[in-house]
Design a protein around this ligand. Sequence first.
Ligand code: NAD
Length: 496
Amino acid sequence: MRTIAHFVDGKPYSGAGDRTAPVYDPATGAQQAQVLLASSADVDDVVASAVTAAAAWRNSSLAARQKVLFAARELIAARAPKIAEAITAEHGKVLSDAAGEVQRGLEVVEFACGIPHLLKGGFSEGVSTGVDVYSIRQPLGVVAVISPFNFPSMVPLWFVPVAIAAGNAVVLKPSEKDPTAAVLIAEAFADAGLPPGVLNVVHGDKEAVDRLLEHPDIKAVSFVGSTPIARYVYETGTRNGKRVQALGGAKNHMLVLPDADLDLAADAAVNAGFGSAGERCMAISALVAVDPIGDELVAKIKERIATLRTGDGRRGCDMGPLVTAAHRDKVASYVAAGAEAGADVVVDGRDVTPDADGEGFFLGPTLIDNVTPSMSVYTDEIFGPVLSVVRVPSYEAGLDLINSNPYGNGTAIFTNDGGAARRFQYEVEVGMVGVNVPIPVPMAYYSFGGWKASLFGDSHAHGAEGVHFFTRGKVVTSRWLDPSHGGLNLGFPQHT
Ligand code: NAD
């Protein structure tokens, strides 16, 4: 059995831990490798080498860091097909979708190439006689990035390029379910000239995460995953004095007003509901149809689902498998619970015949109509290819439903009424909003993040907030002596 090792100090590292986890090919159901799970002692070793690397990296010039980032950008772009293949093999999403996430991650590398501009401070000359004040932002030291299974390359790349560009060293702990993409990215940075130890990948589970959360040399933690773990990481990390941004789960609503272009809305609902088998934190899982368009919209979505091909992501299918058998079974149980609670299962993905060999973890696209807000298929984040339709009498009722939901990651309104769209973006309590755009993932130069139970902490990912998160501000007040000494004065400094 192939073993996937950690990547530390610019090379593979096995550590002393003896635990492993299986890595499956979700399209065939076969175990294809095992990944090492770091022990606490392994984490300590990795952090120690990152501390050494961080001290030297901090001294590198902005020009030197920028050069590495530009080179990494070229290498990741050249290796994107290989990274996408690894993602499809371990995660299951179709190849084109895997390539898409690498591209979105690459955009953050491109953003970080502008670090000399992004780190510019302010300068005020002559705030008092002979006194100047200026602000600078300095790196934190060693930071941890802990990422989920569903975007094995994009989520690490939301943080890693910005953290490195700002002068930090990084310990990246990817999901143990699909660990290879993180190693390929770290290799690309190493080949681009990043000094050993500045970007390390340590595989592991709760033991590794807990050690990172308590390690005194980890200064900040960027986490992305489910809400219960995000809350735990935020509370534990901050209790240990760390800066933490912890992005959690989601339940994203798409509100369709009666004046919307229903063909556009149906296309969008299918793309955003079933892309990556619904395993996206920005997937649409609740379609909120304002009366009287429910029947027509459901019919259009049903027609489109009939054209989708589910199967092995390497075979040009539209939708791949779920990540594990256990997850597939859990998602399928929500379909059963919805039917039992009285919702109408319009398309049942449990009946799918996938285009794949073996016993892959498949569930076909599923459409459930007449879902009510008390059903588990609505209340829970399902994270699978299940689109629930909730019917509401008015815009106000739809807005209330969205704002009453504990999550606030993404949402979208579909309408041709500019005034309604404008009102929605003003009133809705969600961090990322689309107007006739179902998956409004911000560009790298804006910041990604939700509200409420979808993000714990103050900073969103990448963009200006990312730069802010990975640096701390310092303000310097300097006085270069001129002959006008003021003499002794024990009063509070005032400006003259
Ligand atoms: P997860 O919470 O199970 O795992 C995330 C990370 O935490 C992994 O690295 C995992 O090894 C680690 N982990 C798991 N259990 C842990 C524990 N008990 N203690 C400490 N660490 C633990 O999430 P997942 O299943 O890998 O990813 C899917 C979830 O991530 C979904 O809820 C999805 O909405 C969310 N997500 C959110 C965003 C966002 O931007 N808000 C983006 C992507 C994914």
